[in-house]
Design a protein around this ligand. Structure first.
Ligand code: SAM
Length: 292
C-alpha cells in the first residue's frame, strides 16, 4: 500500500474508519515524510535491530520501521486503532502489534521473548502526557536497550540536555545524563502533525551508556537527593535536603555531607554537576551509616 505519511492518505484512512482523535491519548499523527526519514536515519536502525515503537497510531512510522529494522513491536493503547493497523500494516510481516498500555507492560519479558534478551532500540513519536514516566521507566527498569529515539515537546528536550546553571536544568536532566548521551536529531514544527498540536517538537536520541559516566555507591539515594534538591530549587541545598520527606536526614547531617563532598556551605542544588551529586550521595551514605 502507498505510504500513509502522505497527508491525503492519512485523511482517507481516518475517514474510512470514522476514527476520532482522542486528546487524552496524545494523538497527533505525523504527516511529514521528510521528518519521518530523519527519525529513521537518526535512530540508526538496521536489519539486525529489533525496534519497539510506543504508540504506532495508524502505523505511519511503523511502515518505515518495518522496512529499516529486522523486527518491530508496536504497542498501542487505543483499541479503535487496531482494525486500522491491521490494514495499514498488512504487508509488514516483521511487525507485531500489541494492544496495551506501555506503562503496564513487562518490557523485560517482552525483550526476552522477542529478542532473546538482546538490547533493542526504542523509536517513538511519544504521547506527550507521559513522556517523562515512559523514558524514566525504560531506564530505571533496566530494559536491555541501545538507544531511545523519540519525538518530545521542545521544552522537554531542552531539559534533557541542560547543564548546571541553566533554568532548564533539573532532575530529568541528571537522570537522562546518568543513563545516556542525548543528541538532537531534528526540530519539528507543529504543522508536521494532524491534528496540529499547540507546541513545537524535537526528535532526540538518547544513546545508553554501557556504564554510567559517574560511579556512585547507592543510585537510589543519589536520585532521592537530586529530587529533594530540585523540589524547592530556590532554597539552599542544606535546607532542601533537611526539609524533604524523601530523605530521613537532619540539618546537621545534610551540612556535614555537603562539607564532606567539598561543596560550598550555601550552595543550591541547581549548581551541582552529576559528579558532585554522586559525591554528595556517597558522603550522605557514610554519614547515615555512622549514625546507625
Ligand atoms: N506514531 C504515530 C505517528 O507518529 O503518527 C502516532 C503518535 S501519537 C503522538 C501517540 C500515540 O501513542 C497514539 O497512537 C496514542 O494512542 C498512543 N498512546 C498513548 N498513550 C499510550 C500508552 N500509555 N501506551 C501505548 N500507546 C499509547
Amino acid at each position: 500500500m502507498e505510504k500513509l505519511v502522505n497527508p491525503q492518505n492519512t485523511i482517507a484512512v481516518i475517514q474510512k474508519y470514522d476514527f476520532c482523535f482522542r486528546k487524552k491519548f496524545g494523538q497527533n499523527f505525523l504527516i511529514d515524510e521528510h521528518v519521518l526519514k530523519k527519525i529513521i536515519a537518526g535512530a540508526q536502525v538496521g536489519r539486525e535491530d529489533m525496534v519497539l515503537e510506543i504508540g504506532p497510531g495508524i502505523g505511519t512510522m511503523t511502515q518505515f520501521l518495518s522496512e529499516a529494522a529486522g523486527k518491530a513491536v508496536a504497542v498501542e493503547i487505543d483499541k479503535n486503532l487496531l482494525p486500522i493497523l491491521e490494514e495499514t500494516l498488512a504487508e509488514c510481516e516483521n511487525v507485531r502489534v500489541i494492544n496495551a498500555d506501555i506503562m503496564e507492560l513487562d518490557l523485560n519479558a517482552l525483550v526476552e521473548e522477542e529478542n532473546g534478551g538482546r538490547p533493542i532500540k526504542v523509536v517513538a513519536n511519544l504521547p506527550y502526557y507521559i513522556t517523562t514516566p515512559i523514558i524514566m521507566g525504560l531506564f530505571e527498569s533496566h530494559v536491555p536497550l541501545d538507544s531511545i529515539t523519540v519525538m518530545v515537546q521542545k521544552e522537554v528536550a531542552a531539559r534533557m540536555k541542560a547543564g548546571p546553571g541553566s533554568k532548564d536544568y533539573g532532575a530529568l536532566s541528571l537522570a537522562v545524563q546518568y543513563y545516556a548521551e542525548p543528541y538532537i536529531v531534528a526540530n519539528v514544527p507543529r504543522n508536521c502533525f494532524m491534528p496540529r498540536p499547540n507546541v513545537d517538537s524535537v526528535v532526540i536520541r538518547l544513546s545508553r551508556y554501557g556504564r554510567p559516566p559517574v560511579s556512585v555507591q547507592d543510585e537510589k539515594l543519589m536520585f532521592a537527593l537530586i529530587r529533594a534538591a530540585f523540589e524547592q530549587r530556590r532554597k539552599t541545598l542544606v535546607n532542601s535536603l533537611a526539609g524533604s520527606s524523601r530523605l530521613q536526614i537532619s540539618k546537621e547531617q545534610a551540612a556535614q555531607a555537603i562539607q564532606r563532598a567539598d561543596l560550598p556551605e550555601m550552595v543550591r542544588g541547581e549548581a551541582l554537576t552529576l559528579e558532585e551529586f554522586a559525591c554528595l550521595a556517597d558522603a550522605c551514605k557514610e554519614i547515615l551509616e555512622e549514625g546507625c
